[in-house]
Design a protein around this ligand. Sequence first.
Ligand SMILES: NC(=O)c1ccc[n+]([C@@H]2O[C@H](COP(=O)([O-])OP(=O)(O)OC[C@H]3O[C@@H](n4cnc5c(N)ncnc54)[C@H](O)[C@@H]3O)[C@@H](O)[C@H]2O)c1
Length: 323
Amino acid sequence: MAKRALITGGAGFIGSHLSERLISEGYHLTIIDNFDPYYDRLIKERNLSGFINHPNVKFVECDIRDWDKMEAELIAPYDVIVHIAAKAGVRPSIKAPRAYQEVNVNGTQNMMELAKICKTKQFVFASSSSVYGVNPNMPWNEEDHVLRPISPYASSKISGELLGHVYSKLNDMRFIALRFFTVYGPRQRPDLAIHKFIKKISNNEPIPVYGDGSTERDYTFVKDIVNGVRAAMDYDKSMFEVINLGNHQTVSLSGMIETIEDVLGKKAIIDRQPEQPGDVRKTYADITKARTLLNYQPQTKFVDGIRAFVKWKESIGEESTIN
Ligand SMILES: NC(=O)c1ccc[n+]([C@@H]2O[C@H](COP(=O)([O-])OP(=O)(O)OC[C@H]3O[C@@H](n4cnc5c(N)ncnc54)[C@H](O)[C@@H]3O)[C@@H](O)[C@H]2O)c1
């Protein structure tokens, strides 16, 4: 029998890629999203357009804070819930911390309550590398329990992980938190640096560069992330795990800009800005655990991922009024 999954945040960047992958494997999906106005609804509708009318897909426009609607429309026997919906973004969380608490903590708890009622035995949660914060022990390892978050977004993700521990202890529910490290690729959120820079450099506009360019990120291509999520959906060796999904390679901000310049064949105009509160200087994933438990092997070289993004951006057309 076909497996049934509930995917939250399926209209977003990562959720839409995961949904496509699962549909191609014959899954029956219930996808929910509230089209959060963090970025343009039209972009999310475009993300969904390739599969929203697929016969094995039921899409419900639903806010994970709206328990009454969830109870009325979402109770069903899911084999697995993949909870990807969130208020994303570090800097905006400093401006609106309560909204992050409501969606990423209370909304996540609603999802776990739903899982309990639906007797769903597998719950996969999109956490974030930002939970490590200013932890100086690189590369970041899941067994290092000293988390030093420096943004409301980061602390909201830690709360989600801890709630998951509670629910996995009290219920017959396996909980796997996946700490994603800066994800990029086709459909990347428009607020993220790679997307913003490629658009601005293509249009000969200056790019805001925070700090001296030496900050580093462990960029992870979306297809590699989806492979990791997919493996976590089948993982059954223990009831609770927290697992890094990164690339185990860092790229400096200057290096990222140089790669984009090479791929576009254009020079960037740099608008130097001070470092931003909430931003960490470096992210770097130890992925030994993901390799061991999930057979996770990130494949995509940074330059190839940037090429794939540019190709996608060109395919949606420069004349597009949405970006
Ligand atoms: N992109 C990254 O680099 C990255 C890194 C670490 C963690 N993450 C996490 O991965 C997940 C997906 O990130 P993304 O980059 O695809 O973001 P995204 O914003 O493109 O996708 C998130 C989706 O969740 C939906 N959503 C937000 N609030 C909701 C609510 N109250 N009810 C229902 N749906 C809601 C949004 O409308 C959006 O479509 C998030 O949980 C994010 O925190 C992303």
